[in-house]
Design a protein around this ligand. Structure first.
Ligand code: PLP
Length: 441
């Protein structure tokens, strides 16, 4: 095929889609062609309510004027600047803005292009930090069962989702996992569950097993999202912080979905009042529009690298697009949109209405649990015997037909709308889902 003969737009064969049942999709495609505010427009001209902020990323909703303008203006002014040994003002400005909005003590920012890259970056910084402190035996990384930390080798090694791991060989050596925090006795809890803080104590067992002097860092999502919304029991994250601190282990919060207002605070660290040593972010940083991620670190971590001759590179790590000008301009416009519209506070204000609507689905056919925090909600369905995932996926298809976008993981329906959501949208979302659940086989 030459460039003068572009293929027809309905040739779907070339694009190998990510995390998608490719053959099924290409048989009955679901194409989105436009987006504005809370709604997508489909190729056949229907409006679909965005119940998931894209993929947990469009926290300010779609087609936001300030963000659109910033992208256009930056593309016009300077498209790209080398990221190594050169700089441009907006990357510095964005890093300073992030530092200012982050919990006290998170002083430095390393730019990446995605959540997965933020995770790899944080894991590498953690190991290199321990080495820089003269503790080179601390190389082990501890993740958690059912954790999701993106798809690169470090992330799937510390992650705990079996299908994301088992096809890809031996993964990173020296990794262990905490138990997940999902306990049946917490079913239908509103907000943070009561039971399960003791699950953090398992870290003491892991430390005793391997020796603290072998462990570099623990990484967890403050709220596990992609695995189906698993909430931290009350006191759990505080305990993890105490135990990591006691043993000289760094605590990394993967805030790729909990960052930028999802819980009604800037970060999960603020919401839970627990201070990590490093934070991974992405998604909402640029409202999902231009790929960008950022790792925030404490001064303690950053300063450990700032030794030796000043003309030498301190950290042998970085990406061609770290702090890319268009991404940086987009990040600045996004943070400004969050600020001027008070979107994090707005999320906190509307969260009780969200919780009420979500829990009104209790008692509908197949529903076995409902859980929520901030503007996150999950409805867990009883799987069809012998066909795990089929029931929830059918709910997803039926909702889409009825003009509402939800997301499913296994037999769990997860929802995480843009923070601009209004009560009428919440009614539409849960009203449609209720209709769908009533008719579901
Ligand atoms: C907690 C967490 N970490 C990492 C990632 C990976 O982000 P990305 O898909 O941008 O690589 C995700 C994506 O959903 C996530 O939820």
């Amino acid at each position: 095929m030459s460039l003068d003969h572009p293929s027809t737009p309905n040739d779907l064969s070339a694009f190998w889609m990510p995390f998608t049942a490719n053959r099924q999709f290409k048989d009955t495609p679901r194409m989105l062609v436009a987006a504005d505010g809370m709604y997508y427009t489909t190729a056949d001209g229907r409006q679909v309510l965005d119940g998931t902020a894209g993929l947990w990323c469009c926290n300010a909703g779609h087609k936001r004027p300030r963000i659109v303008e910033a992208i256009k203006a930056q593309a016009d002014e300077m498209d790209y600047a080398p990221a190594f040994q050169m700089g441009h003002p907006k990357a510095f400005e964005l890093a300073a803005r992030l530092r200012d909005m982050a919990p006290d003590g998170m002083e430095h920012v390393f730019f990446t292009n995605s959540g997965s890259e933020s995770v790899e970056t944080a894991l590498k910084i953690a190991i290199a930090y321990q080495r820089a402190k003269g503790q080179g035996t601390r190389t082990r990384l501890i993740g958690r069962e059912r954790g999701y930390h993106g798809v690169n080798f470090g992330g799937i090694s510390v992650g705990g989702i079996v299908n994301n791991r088992r096809h890809f060989g031996a993964l990173l050596a020296g990794v262990d996992h905490l138990p997940h925090t999902h306990l049946p006795e917490n079913a239908y809890t509103r907000g943070q569950p009561e039971h399960g803080a003791h699950l953090a104590d398992d870290l003491e067992r892991i430390v005793a097993l391997h020796g603290p002097e072998t462990i570099a860092a623990v990484i967890v999502e403050p709220v596990a999202g992609s695995t189906g919304v698993l909430l931290p029991p009350k006191g759990y994250l505080q305990k993890l912080r105490e135990i990591t601190r006691k043993h000289g282990i760094l605590l990394i919060f993967d805030e790729v979905i909990t960052g930028f207002g999802r819980l009604g605070a800037a970060f999960g660290a603020d919401f839970f009042g627990v201070q990590p040593d490093l934070m991974c972010t992405a998604k909402g940083l640029t409202n999902g529009t231009i790929p960008m991620g950022a790792v925030l670190t404490s001064s303690e971590v950053h300063d450990a690298f700032m030794h030796g001759p000043e003309h030498l590179i301190e950290l042998f790590h970085g990406y061609t697009y770290s702090g890319n000008p268009i991404a940086a301009a987009t990040g600045l416009a996004t943070l400004e949109t969050y600020r001027e519209e008070g979107l994090f506070e707005r999320a906190a204000e509307i969260a009780p209405y969200w919780e009420e609507g979500l829990h009104s689905l209790r008692g509908l056919p197949h529903v076995i649990d409902i859980r929520n925090l901030g503007l996150i909600g999950a409805v867990e369905l009883q799987p069809i015997e012998g066909q795990p995932t089929a029931r929830a996926f059918q709910a997803f298809l039926d909702c889409y037909e009825k003009g509402v976008m939800i997301r499913t993981t296994g037999d769990i329906i997860a929802m995480s709308p843009p923070l601009i959501i209004e009560r009428s949208h919440i009614d539409q979302l849960f009203g449609t889902l209720a209709d769908v659940l009533r008719k579901l086989a």
